[in-house]
Every structure is written in C-alpha cells, then in structure tokens.
Design a protein around this ligand. Sequence first.
Ligand code: FAD
Length: 393
Amino acid sequence: MGRIIVVGTGFSGSILARKIAEECNRQVEVVEKRPHIGGNMYDEYDKYGILVQKYGPHFLNTNKYWIIEYLSQYAELFPHDTHLLSFIDGEYVQLPFNFRTLQQLAGPKRSETLLAKLRAAFRGRDRVPILELLESGEEDIREYGSLLFEKAYRTYTAKQWGLQPEEIDRSVLDRVPMAMSFDARYLNKDFQYLPKKGYTEIFRNLLDHENITLRLNTDALAHIRFDDEAHLITYDGESVELLIFTGPIDELFGLKYGRLPYRSLDIRYTYENKKSILPEEIVSYPQAPGYTRSTEYKKFTFGLDKDLPVSMIATEYPVAYDPADEKANIPYYPVLTEDSQKRYQQYLAEAERYGNIVLCGRLAEFKYYNMDVCIEHAFEKFKTIQKRLENNK
Ligand SMILES: Cc1cc2nc3c(=O)[nH]c(=O)nc-3n(C[C@H](O)[C@H](O)[C@H](O)COP(=O)(O)OP(=O)(O)OC[C@H]3O[C@@H](n4cnc5c(N)ncnc54)[C@H](O)[C@@H]3O)c2cc1C
C-alpha cells in the first residue's frame, strides 16, 4: 500500500477522489496546479456580482438523468435550455442552424422546396452533421450544406482550431449539426441544467471529505518521479499505490514523444453601462477577425445580477496552447488530427507500462469529452479502481 494521488480538480479528478475517499474509505491526496478547484469549470463573482465562468461558458446537458441527480447532491441545479445566435453577413441567425436559419439564409421561396427535401432525406433524424448535407445525393441539399460550410464552418474552424476543416477529425466538425426542425435549443439533449450558485460549489462539496487532503498551487510534476526500469512511481520519494492523472498526458512524461497540440483561449472582457449587450446569451461570429464568440454571463440568470445597470461580455480569441505565454497557458481543447492521435497512443503505451496510472478526462485521455461524458467515464474508471484497491488489501 502506498499513497493515492489524484492530479487535477476538474470533474474527472474531483469525482474519483470523492468516490475513493467515501466508498473505499482510503486517504486521497488531491494536487491542483491552479490556485482554485474545478479545472475549466471554475466560476467566480466579479466586482458587480456577475457570476463569470473564467474558462468559457459551460452548459450541463445529458440524456441521462442520473447525472443530474448525482450532481444535485452537491449543489442545487435548475433547468436551463441554452440559446445561441450566429452573426452571418450582418444578420443574426439561429444556432444550431435549423429550419428558421434556412428560411433566413436561403429565403422563404427557395426554402419551401428545400425543407421538403431535407425532411424526406433525413426523416426521423433530430440533428444532422453539416458534412452529411455536403455528401447528400440531392444537389439542393449539397448546395445549402456548402453555403453553411463556407459561410460559417470553414472560417469558424480555421479560427477555433488553427486548421482547415479537412485537417481535423470529423467527430469535431460533427459537434455543431443542423437541427431538422425549428428546435432553437443549441443542444438537443433531454436534460439541460445550470447550477444555481455556479459550478465551483459542486467541486467544493465534492472535495469536502475527511479522507481528502487538497493541495492547491502545486504542480504534481515537480513531485512525481518515475523509475523506468522497475516501473515504480514515487511522490516526494514515497511509493505511490495509485496515480490518477487528469492533466495533459504529454507533460506527465516530460514530452518525450513530442508535444501534443491543444488549443487555448485568450478571453477578453468588455463592460458596458447597459442592462443588456447581446441579443442572446452567446453569439458566435464565424466571419469576424480573430474571435469566435462572445458570452454575456448575466443572461444565464443564475446570479443575483439580473437588475444590474452594468453588463459584461467575454469574447474568445482562440490561440495555440503555449505554457510559457500567460494568455495561452491553459490547455482547453485537444486538437484531434491523425498525427496527434498517433502520438497520443505512444504516451498511452508508456502509461500502461506502469500498471498503476489511471488516466482520466479530456486532457489525460486526449478526447473531446463533454461534462456528462467525463462524469460517466469517471464512474466507469472507479469500478476498476475499486476492484484494484480491494485486491491490494
Ligand atoms: C471553453 C469550453 C467550453 C465547454 N463547454 C462545455 C459545455 O457547455 N458542456 C459540457 O458538457 N462540456 C463543456 N466543456 C467541456 C468540459 O469543460 C470538460 O468536459 C471538463 O471540464 C473536463 O474535466 P476534466 O476533469 O477532464 O479536465 P479539467 O477541467 O481540464 O481538469 C484538469 C485539472 O488538472 C489540473 N492539472 C493539470 N496538470 C496538472 C499538474 N501537473 N499538477 C496539478 N494539477 C494539474 C488542471 O489545472 C485542471 O484543474 C467545455 C470545455 C471548454 C474548454
């Protein structure tokens, strides 16, 4: 038996730490590099009382109600359907692109036939990736797909990922599909919620357990040592029984196979003496120079801030992750290309040589997980961890 170390306090690390502490009754040491818990879900009130999600807007959405029930043990949630607009050719259109957008972009006359063709081609489908429109056998559908692609997807992708759409994994492009209806909700999952007092409360309560010791402002990599030959891990020279790592996997192994690419965000805040700035809670700007979207947090309505005479927008400028640049030193999104996924496999093989490293989460598994998937995945990983800790007794 040795130390159980959890690196990172996002959903992956916090949930695993809590479950090990509570259900296995073991001491867990949680180490977090940043001065706060919650990873990219961290939020805080600004000086006006607006609850701001420091690392970009997050909406809890899932088809599995147990996830809502689970999180509700740690904080109060309320139903909230997310709405977005996209600013294209000087006009606001609905995002997801839906039948209303089609009428706006193609005009009502042309949309009459197009709507019929789309309904026939994608009968029974709620949302359809734009790439499928481009591959349709119907020329009209292909043409409309291509209009969306060139006006919105190509430019947005180029800014968001620093790549052309052809270079990026298809699963990433499929994340913003077209709604085959007038459904105006940005996401089409059945259960959409926000935490009443913000996400950080969930993490505070998850990590509040007598078996958990939390260390903030601590880079785990300065304490962890690998013995390559014996395949042993130590933390401050003491043996580690289990290392749960939720940070960037390439950094865990000293970048020995080269750096994995991540995108970061330079988020810039603008305050105005107005009750409201944007026409919707988030506006995406596929055609704007350098930035992708703006969020007006006040519109999430979960703060005490609704009647403030001031509002703020947070505008995202995507940049390449660079640990040495303070405007780009948070890895937000793994960039999934053929090359990066091959490199990830090398790191994965390296981790597997040890037998007591559990990689969990967006960065450690180098996958574009949403919160619900992250949570579900942490539950899955816990089953194996529980068995293993039982066997070690
Ligand atoms: C801008 C943005 C918007 C998003 N919007 C949504 C959304 O609307 N809905 C949704 O479901 N999902 C959304 N997501 C995804 C969601 O953020 C992730 O699924 C979730 O945060 C991943 O949690 P995690 O624990 O895997 O990683 P993280 O939250 O990244 O946590 C990793 C933690 O490890 C710490 N760490 C890293 N290296 C070290 C080290 N060496 N030592 C100590 N600590 C270390 C980090 O500081 C961090 O706290 C969004 C993501 C982004 C970036």
